[in-house]
Design a protein around this ligand. Structure first.
Ligand SMILES: [Zn+2]
Length: 234
């Protein structure tokens, strides 16, 4: 993986990005595909809207450090907060990884991955989107959008988008709101070998990351379980 590609993969450059709209940046090759999907969704009465796209390394590092210091709650698999003081450092690392990516390996760095909602379903202005599975299940506020996306993806009519975190594979928890533009995302991931990961982890980029030693001790497990462990099916 050359330096430019590594910088793009790890969220430390924006030279591969373009504006999706006033608020969000995406990979240049994703813009047309996302707008095409949005248009098709509109025909079905949905307002397919991005609420998270590109996220830089520094922002992910901030999320990580805040959680690693216990300043933001860590959740159990049932979604309930855990008692921070009772967790070992290893447990803290793996609890963070269940819900938030390690800085440098978030798919939101690529610019190919987009969290979506149906803005039309937000008829109550006081409703706050939580990005939880129940919102995207049958009967949930975005359930109809989610099943439309299911069908589109399985019919291969989603313009290259799919869900990398469709079911629980023992790594990142399922995220039905998270779409990825597979042609480009797969290319990035295929170049990011364990050796590249290890070398990057040892670089100065992580100087200020909390629990870095624990992450280094478990680098191989983290790579296998949280980086490359995504939906293999189109
Ligand atoms: Zn996401």
């Amino acid at each position: 993986m050359n330096q430019e590609r590594l910088d793009q993969f790890t969220g430390r450059t924006q030279n591969h990005l373009t504006k999706l709209n006033e608020d969000y940046l995406v990979h240049q090759e994703v813009l047309i595909a996302f707008n095409s999907l949005k248009q098709e969704a509109a025909i079905e009465g949905f307002d397919l809207t991005a609420i998270s796209t590109f996220r830089p390394f520094e922002e992910q590092l901030q999320i990580w450090n805040t959680k690693a210091q216990g300043q933001r709650p860590l959740l159990g698999d049932d979604g309930n907060p855990l008692e921070f003081d009772k967790l070992s450092k290893e447990e803290v690392v793996f609890r963070i990884l269940r819900w938030s990516a390690l800085p440098g390996v978030s798919r939101h760095h690529f610019g190919t991955d987009i969290d979506v909602i149906d803005k039309k379903a937000l008829t109550d202005p006081s409703y706050r989107v939580q990005l939880v599975p129940s919102e995207y299940s049958e009967g949930g506020i975005f359930g109809a959008l989610s099943s439309w996306l299911d069908k589109r993806i399985s019919d291969r009519e989603a313009f290259g988008f799919y869900r990398p975190y469709d079911v629980d594979r023992g790594g990142v928890a399922p995220e039905m709101w998270h779409l990825s533009f597979r042609p480009i995302a797969d290319e990035y991931l295929s170049e990011f070998s364990f050796d590249v990961f290890k070398k990057f982890l040892e670089s100065d980029a992580y100087k200020t990351m909390e629990l870095r030693d624990i992450v280094l001790d478990h680098a191989e497990t983290i790579y296998q379980r949280y980086v490359v462990n995504v939906n293999p099916n189109y």
